[in-house]
Design a protein around this ligand. Structure first.
Ligand code: PMP
Length: 416
C-alpha cells in the first residue's frame, strides 16, 4: 500500500486504496456507488476475498482434530489469526483471544458465562445511554433472570458521556460497566481508559464494545485495562460472521463454559463427568467459521499495511470536510457533536423524513443508513425516532463527500 508523504494533510493514497476494492467499481441505479454505510459493514479488499477463495480451493478442512495435511494447514492458518488478533489489540497473551461470530456473540458470552457465575440479585450494572442494543439487551435478559439492577450513564447535549454522573452512579453493588469505545450512532469516542480506572477503583469490571473503534483507531486493551473487549471482523475490512472477544486470562480461566459441544472439552464421560479444555478453546465450541477467521487475519494485515492511525486520520479529514459542508445545509441538525468523534455523522433535516432521504439518495448511488441504528435509547434521549447516518472508511474520498452533499441537497429539495 502506498502512503505518500506530506506533513499536515493526512497522506493516505486513497486512489491506491480504492484499487483493492472491486465493489467500488459497481454502479447503483446507473450511478457510481458512493458507499457511506461503513459503520454497518465495511467493504472487503480483494486480498481478503482471495484468502477466502484460496481456503476453499486448497485447504478446506476441519481444524484441531485431523492428522492429515489439509487439517494441519487449516489449523495453522486459523491459529495464526489468533496471533494477528492479539497483535491488533495488543493483548498480552494469545489465549486471551476468543473467536466468536461477532461483537454480539462476544457480549452474550460475557453475560452468560461471567455474568451468571458472578452476579447476584440486586447487583448493579452501569450501561451507557450510547450503547448499541447488543450491549444492552444481553444485560437486560440477564437482569430479568438474576434480578439485577441496570443503571444508565447519561449523555450530554453533544452526545458525550456525563463523566460526573458516571462517577456518582457507582454504589457498593456495582459489579460491571458496559460501554462502547466508539458509538455507532453518533461516533462519540468514549474515554474508556479513564472509565476502566474508575470502574476498577470501585471494584467493578468493564466490558468494552469495540465494534466501532477497532476499524478506526489503534486499540490497546492493556493500556485501556479493559477486562473484556469485543469487536467484529466485518467492520474491519474482514468477512461477516466472525469477531473477537478479548478477556483477561485470569477472568477467562475462572469462567465456566457458555456453549457446550465438540472442541471445548478435555474428556467427556457419563460416569466421571466432563472436563473442559483450557482457554481459549473452552469458549470455542463446535466448528467455527474457519475460512472467515483466516480471512479476518488477512484483513488485519491489510489494515496494518496502511496503518490504523493513518486510516483514522484520513477519516478525521473526511469527517471535518463533511461536517463543514453539511452544516451549511438549511435545516440540518447533526446529532452527536462531541469533541472526540470518529467518522460518523448522524443527522436529521427539518421538513424531510430520514426514511425519504435514505431511499431517494440511494437512487443517486449513495448508500447511507437510515433508522435507529440499534440505539433506540439514545435516539429517544434526543427526541428522534430515526436519523440518516453517513460513516466513512479508508477508501472514501473528498470528492465522494462533495457528491454526497450535492445529492443530499437535491433530495432535500425534492421532499420539502
Ligand atoms: N456494537 C456496536 C457499537 C456496533 O456498531 C455493532 C454493529 N452495528 C455491534 C455492536 C454489533 O456487531 P455485530 O452485528 O457484528 O455483532
Amino acid at each position: 500500500m502506498t502512503v505518500m508523504s506530506a506533513l499536515s494533510e493526512p497522506t493516505l493514497d486513497v486512489i491506491q486504496v480504492r484499487r483493492d476494492f472491486p465493489i467500488l467499481e459497481r454502479q447503483v441505479h446507473g450511478k457510481p456507488l458512493i458507499y457511506l454505510d461503513n459503520a454497518a459493514t465495511s467493504q472487503t479488499p480483494r486480498q481478503v476475498i482471495e484468502t477466502l477463495d484460496h481456503y476453499y480451493r486448497h485447504y478446506n478442512a476441519n481444524i484441531h482434530r485431523g492428522l492429515h495435511t489439509l487439517a494441519d494447514e487449516a489449523t495453522a492458518a486459523f491459529e495464526q489469526t489468533r496471533d494477528k488478533a492479539r497483535d491488533f489489540i495488543n493483548a498480552a497473551d494469545r489465549r486471551e483471544i476468543i473467536f466468536t461470530s461477532g461483537t454480539t456473540e462476544a457480549i452474550n458470552l460475557v453475560a452468560n458465562s461471567w455474568g451468571r457465575a458472578n452476579l447476584k440479585p440486586k447487583d448493579e450494572i452501569l450501561i451507557s445511554q450510547l450503547e448499541h442494543h447488543s450491549n444492552i439487551v444481553p444485560w437486560q435478559l440477564l437482569a430479568a433472570q438474576l434480578e439485577l439492577v441496570i443503571r444508565v450513564i447519561p449523555v450530554d447535549e453533544q452526545g458525550a458521556l456525563d463523566m460526573v454522573a458516571y462517577r456518582e452512579l457507582f454504589s457498593e453493588r456495582t459489579r460491571l460497566v458496559a460501554v462502547n469505545h466508539v458509538s455507532n450512532a453518533f461516533g462519540t469516542i468514549n474515554p474508556v481508559r479513564e472509565m476502566a480506572t474508575i470502574a476498577h477503583q470501585q471494584g467493578a469490571l468493564i466490558v468494552v464494545d469495540g465494534a466501532q473503534a477497532a476499524p478506526h483507531e489503534p486499540v490497546d486493551v492493556q493500556h485501556i485495562d479493559a477486562d473484556f473487549y469485543a469487536f467484529s471482523g466485518h467492520k474491519v475490512y474482514g468477512p461477516t460472521g466472525v469477531g473477537v472477544l478479548y478477556g483477561k486470562a485470569e477472568l477467562l480461566e475462572a469462567m465456566p463454559p457458555w456453549q457446550g459441544g465438540g472442541e471445548m472439552i478435555r474428556t467427556v464421560s457419563f460416569d466421571a463427568g466432563t472436563t473442559y479444555a483450557d482457554i481459549p478453546h473452552k469458549f470455542e465450541a463446535g466448528t467455527p467459521s474457519i475460512a472467515e477467521v483466516i480471512a479476518m487475519g488477512r484483513a488485519f494485515d491489510w489494515v496494518n499495511d496502511i496503518g490504523i492511525a493513518m486510516i483514522g486520520s484520513w477519516e478525521q479529514h473526511l469527517l471535518a470536510h463533511a461536517t463543514r459542508k453539511m452544516t451549511a445545509i438549511e435545516g440540518m441538525r447533526i446529532l452527536g457533536t462531541a469533541p472526540h468523534k470518529a467518522g460518523v455523522i448522524s443527522f436529521v433535516v427539518e421538513g424531510a423524513h430520514a426514511q425519504d432521504i435514505g431511499l431517494l439518495i440511494d437512487q443517486l448511488g449513495v448508500a447511507v443508513r437510515t433508522g435507529n441504528h440499534c440505539a433506540q435509547p439514545l435516539l429517544q434521549r434526543f427526541g428522534v425516532e430515526a436519523t440518516c447516518r453517513a460513516s466513512f472508511a479508508a477508501y472514501n474520498t473528498l470528492e465522494e463527500i462533495d457528491l454526497f452533499v450535492e445529492s443530499l441537497e437535491r433530495v432535500i429539495g425534492m421532499v420539502r
